[in-house]
Design a protein around this ligand. Structure first.
Ligand code: ADP
Ligand code: MG
Length: 488
């Protein structure tokens, strides 16, 4: 595990607690002194016969046949080998014995009760890692050349494209968690890399590939690679279209200045700005595409717990923005990008503002090209933007996610929505949306901003709902693992 500072660790624990718990329980044996990860039957016998041949001395080793293990124990100067297999539900047992969720629990039980063995497990026959200490970590070599990025496939749903991480989930491996990816921590969290951190990047360290990730009014977003001191990282590059308009450049620089001040696992980080053939905003890569596109048509495939997990991450990113006194002003499913199907980041800070130290809202001088369907009444009526108006947008984003990518207020035009809201009407609960989540989105749409919850509260409510789903889930597939192996 990397050497995390308090905040990063806290975020990891909050967002990934249910998975971490499961992971710790199901892989705990790997760290036990009695577990020998590569040992043949003969080697096991040699180990158990050497030294004191105490009754009940034991070790556990995986067998060639996937998912099965052997428990080797010495008793009366003879080594016995017992097969441990998994039943259909993934529970472990020796034939006819009591079943357990994890190997570690099974071993603990067999220490207390022989349960079909010739003797109880007593003394541990330790593996070499626990006697010789851990191996030294290996450092990546400095790259002398760029590695060209692979052509990306559109989104996560097409042909199993999973940009991050390379380690794919399979039924017998735990699924990837945000903290396992390269974009959980800032690339500058390494002090060596931090020495080079500047807003403006050198063009020679940037490779812009001819692969378009998306586009907008400003121009296009391209895939690329940025070379740092010790590593090269995948990046997304917002390239300003050829424009002599100073206003466009200023706008992009304002977006960069905002992003430059933010550092959170659930927010797309800015790597820097490059002024060369065009003005380019270089960001960390979230190559899974926008949330609404990923969810569209996936009711069967993506469980509600997966949607709640991603929305909880968005609430964590928004709680961070609220604490830092920034308003996003364009929170919507289209601006939530996926790193993989269990990891979302907030993006697009084109409309964002830093509030003054004593201000709780920003007043826009004039109305612009605004995403009215995502805006709270006070934004439209008084041009007032606060974290509470972001909460309103978060409610609309929740609605988009739980309706699996539908467009909000479908048939209505922007200005009609305001009338609809003034009349006290709200969008209905999407068919798949759990009542607890509809209750939360309804609170996000409380008319008076003072009465709406803040992101501190929203995050807590998202968290407890998501944890409740994760703890209800039985078996590894309920948390998304089984589905994931099939589709991503
Ligand atoms: P706009 O202001 O035009 O909405 P965005 O910042 O939302 O611009 O980017 C437009 C599109 O570019 C996104 O929908 C996404 O497909 C792609 N994109 C933007 N940032 C990234 C990123 N960091 N990683 C991967 N793709 C990105
Ligand atoms: Mg956008």
């Amino acid at each position: 595990m990397p050497d995390w500072k308090g905040d990063a660790l806290e975020q990891a624990i909050i967002s990934q607690a249910p998975q971490v718990e499961k992971l710790i329980a199901t892989t705990a044996h790997e760290r036990m002194p009695w577990y020998h990860s590569s040992l043949t039957r003969e080697e096991a016998e040699r180990k158990l016969y050497s030294g004191a041949q105490t009754d009940g001395k034991f070790l556990l080793r995986p067998r060639k046949e996937q998912g099965t293990y052997a428990l080797s124990m010495i008793y009366g100067k003879t080594v016995y080998h017992y097969l441990i297999s998994q039943d259909k539900a993934g529970k472990y047992c020796i034939p006819e014995g009591t079943k357990f969720d994890t190997l570690w629990q099974l071993v603990e039980y067999l220490k207390l009760k022989a349960d079909g063995l010739i003797y109880c497990l007593k003394e541990v026959c330790p593996n070499s890692a626990s006697t010789a200490g851990a191996a030294a970590p290996t450092l990546p070599a400095h790259p002398s050349t760029f590695t060209q990025p692979q052509r990306r496939v559109d989104t996560l749903n097409s042909d199993g494209y999973t940009p991050e991480p390379a380690r794919l989930a399979s039924p017998d491996k735990p699924r990837p968690m945000p903290m396992d990816t390269s974009v959980y921590e800032s690339p500058y969290s390494d002090p060596e890399e931090l020495k080079d951190k500047k807003l403006f990047l050198k063009r020679e360290n940037l490779l812009v590939a001819d692969i378009e990730l998306g586009c907008g009014n400003f121009g296009s977003v391209r895939q690329g690679v940025y070379r740092m001191r010790k590593k090269q990282i995948d990046v997304a590059i917002k390239v300003l279209k050829h424009s002599t308009e100073k206003a466009d450049k200023d706008e992009m620089m304002r977006e960069a200045q905002i992003m430059h001040q933010l550092d959170n696992p659930y927010i797309v980080r800015l790597i820097g700005v490059c002024k060369a053939e065009a003005l380019m905003l270089v960001m960390e890569m979230a190559g899974g595409g926008p949330l609404h596109k990923f969810l569209l048509g996936k009711k069967e495939e993506v469980p509600v717990s997966n949607v709640a997990e991603l929305l909880h991450q968005v609430s964590m990113g928004m709680k961070y923005l609220e604490e830092k006194n920034f308003v996003h002003r364009d929170l919507a499913a289209r601006n939530v990008l996926l790193v993989n199907r269990h990891y979302a980041k907030i993006s697009d800070f084109g409309l964002s503002k830093a509030l003054g130290a004593d201000d709780s809202y920003y007043t826009a001088r004039s109305a612009g090209k605004w995403p009215l369907k995502w805006y709270a009444p006070e934004c439209i009526n008084f041009r007032k933007f606060s974290s509470r108006s972001d909460v309103w947008s978060y409610g609309v984003t929740m609605w988009e996610a739980f309706s699996y990518g539908q467009k909000p207020y479908k048939k209505m035009k922007g200005p009609e929505v305001l009338d609809f809201i003034k009349q006290g009407k709200r969008m209905e609960c999407p068919p798949e949306c759990p009542p607890e989540m509809y209750a939360l989105m309804s609170d996000c749409w409380i008319y008076k901003w003072e009465d709406r919850p803040d992101f501190l509260t929203v995050e807590q409510r998202m968290r407890s709902y998501y944890y409740s789903l994760a703890s209800k889930a039985e078996g590894p597939s309920q948390c998304g693992q089984g589905v994931e192996a099939a589709s991503v």
